[in-house]
Write a protein that binds this ligand. Structure first.
Ligand code: ATP
Ligand code: ATP
Ligand code: MG
Ligand code: MG
Ligand code: MG
Ligand code: MG
Ligand code: MG
Length: 264
């Protein structure tokens, strides 16, 4: 279309392209899920339906955005890792965070009824926030993912103990909170075992370790220099790559040594 005299306003937009050669992580997090989980009566401490809905939505994001090679999630959050060399949207931050967030949210709302018998209510529809963080090398990227998995563990141990005190011992939420103030992990493990006969290590791995979604093969790059035919072939190949769902440790080396191609 011809230029109009108004077009100069476009120059007010800012260049937000992210540093080349770095790992881009986009993390989404549910808005007000503490309240939302009460409204829709999520099972406490862990509603498996809600986790499966999160996992399904994250897999849909990975299917639709081929340069995402790995995702890690727990509770109401998910982190998406792009291949280091991605040129998706020219690495423009706003485009990346808004697209990931909106594809995720659309799938979450669309798939809700597959997982929950109750309908969503218009005054409390699920929504998510989103941010991008850059990591310069595989060390920081792995430390980031280790941080999220350690956080999952700490929160889950706390929540498991907290809800045992509330649901099994009949404490009020306030008293349960108080009872856990200043306790260490070892105290919570001991309390779970002695008072409720729960061996924390036997709790399901999806609760203790969260969920890792990983592409089972290297993703083909789509470069601007490629012919249309080459682009179509790469897109076709990428569409056939499967996504594996795991609930394993990603802090140690084993996971990464078996999948060196992820960090290429
Ligand atoms: P914010 O908008 O700041 O993120 P929030 O209420 O979403 O606020 P978070 O720190 O993100 O707070 O915590 C998410 C909360 O959602 C958890 O504390 C928990 O109460 C609830 N929640 C999320 N997933 C589940 C689940 N699968 N089962 C039970 N509760 C869940
Ligand atoms: P991109 O992902 O780059 O934004 P796009 O296909 O969405 O690509 P846009 O420049 O945003 O391209 O243009 C939106 C297109 O959507 C329009 O060109 C038109 O074809 C279609 N479209 C949007 N709204 C309507 C509408 N109300 N009626 C008919 N067509 C529409
Ligand atoms: Mg938040
Ligand atoms: Mg939240
Ligand atoms: Mg959260
Ligand atoms: Mg448009
Ligand atoms: Mg458009």
């Amino acid at each position: 279309m011809a230029n109009s005299r108004f077009e100069y306003v476009k120059s007010y937009e800012r260049d937000d392209s992210l540093l080349p050669g770095t790992y881009i992580v986009v993390r989404i997090d549910g808005r007000g899920f503490h309240r939302l989980s009460k409204r829709y009566e999520f099972t406490k401490p862990n509603d498996l339906r809600a986790l499966e809905l999160m996992n399904e939505s994250a897999a849909s994001v990975m299917n639709q955005i081929s340069d995402i090679v790995l995702a890690y999630g727990d509770s109401d959050e998910y982190s998406f890792v792009f291949k280091r060399s991605t040129q998706f949207f020219g690495r423009r931050e706003c485009k990346l965070v808004s697209t990931v967030c909106s594809v995720f949210t659309a799938c979450y709302v669309y798939s809700w009824s597959k997982h929950f018998a109750c309908a969503l209510e218009s005054d409390m529809l699920p929504s998510f926030d989103s941010r991008a963080v850059l990591y310069p090398s595989s060390k920081e990227l792995r430390d980031y993912l280790s941080w999220r998995q350690a956080d999952c563990h700490i929160n889950n141990l706390y929540n498991t103990t907290f809800w045992a005190l509330v649901l099994k011992k009949g404490l009020s939420e306030k008293d349960a909170n108080k009872a856990l103030e200043g306790t260490f992990s070892s105290d919570k493990n001991e309390l779970l075992f002695s008072e409720f006969g729960i061996n924390y290590n036997n709790e399901p791995e999806i609760f203790r370790k969260g969920t890792v979604l990983v592409k089972t093969q290297p993703v083909q790059s789509i470069e601007n220099t490629m012919s249309e035919r080459q682009k179509a072939r790469a897109t076709h190949k990428n569409a056939k790559i499967e996504i594996e769902q795991l609930h394993c440790d990603i802090i140690g080396n084993d996971f990464w040594e078996e999948r060196a191609y992820i960090l290429e």
